[in-house]
Design a binder for this molecule. Sequence first.
Ligand code: ADP
Ligand code: MG
Length: 262
Amino acid sequence: MSPPAIRFKDITKSFPGYTAVEAINLDVSSGRFLSVVGPSGCGKSTLLNMAAGLMTPSGGSVEIFGEPLNGINRKAGYMFQQDALLPWKTVLDNILLGLELRGADPKAAEQTARDWIHRVGLDGFADRYPHQLSGGMRKRVAMAQTWITDPAIVFMDEPFGALDVHTRLRMEGEILGLWAETKKTVMFVTHDLEEAIALSDEVVVLSAGPASHIVGVYQVDLERPRNLIDIKTDPRFTEIYGSIWRDLREEVLKSYERNEKV
Ligand SMILES: Nc1ncnc2c1ncn2[C@@H]1O[C@H](COP(=O)(O)OP(=O)(O)O)[C@@H](O)[C@H]1O
Ligand SMILES: [Mg+2]
């Protein structure tokens, strides 16, 4: 059997005076769409950052396709909640950036970037600057930026948290389309259980911190392709939601008790 795209082996992460996550063991199989949910501050971003190589574990190790991860994860792309568009560059130049940094041939790179502009639905906007774009359009640029370098793994940390509900639904649909076409491994972080279920093959619930651990890993056997507009009223969706929420609810309540002032 081929090794998992991402393996967390007995991972612990401590900050001075605070253990964020402890004894995390988790495999993300190649080609899967996996989401991590848990109360605010439980360590979701911390886990993602360790798999991306942006943060070093205090204990344990991360393996990427069977190889120990040292430093930045070069097999991965990353989409954050705040998009990282450069305000002084156009849509085209922002999308080109990743290929430029890798020293790609400029002509070929520009063609690839134009293909991506089309693919993410930004035809006619190549010469616009980020401040001239809507929130959804900025996300489309960020998507193209992430996918253009063809990473085997895509990390997303609450990428749509700041969008209005309708724009968010459209962006989620776009992500599922890209994922289905390109067969990447996706590790997605969200505090929104409905979003996690609607998008994922698998949902991981983390406990309230400190020393957050995995409460459960749940399979989402809803058929694909999924209709995100209607999926939340599907009886199977409701059933899965109920069983995960039973566990997550406990953790959310614990987290309330521990952070009364929030
Ligand atoms: N660089 C850091 N220094 C100190 N504490 C941190 C740092 N990064 C995260 N933490 C703490 O670790 C815990 C988990 O944070 P985080 O992974 O951002 O949570 P989540 O993404 O689930 O909301 C939080 O209590 C946070 O304050
Ligand atoms: Mg976070």
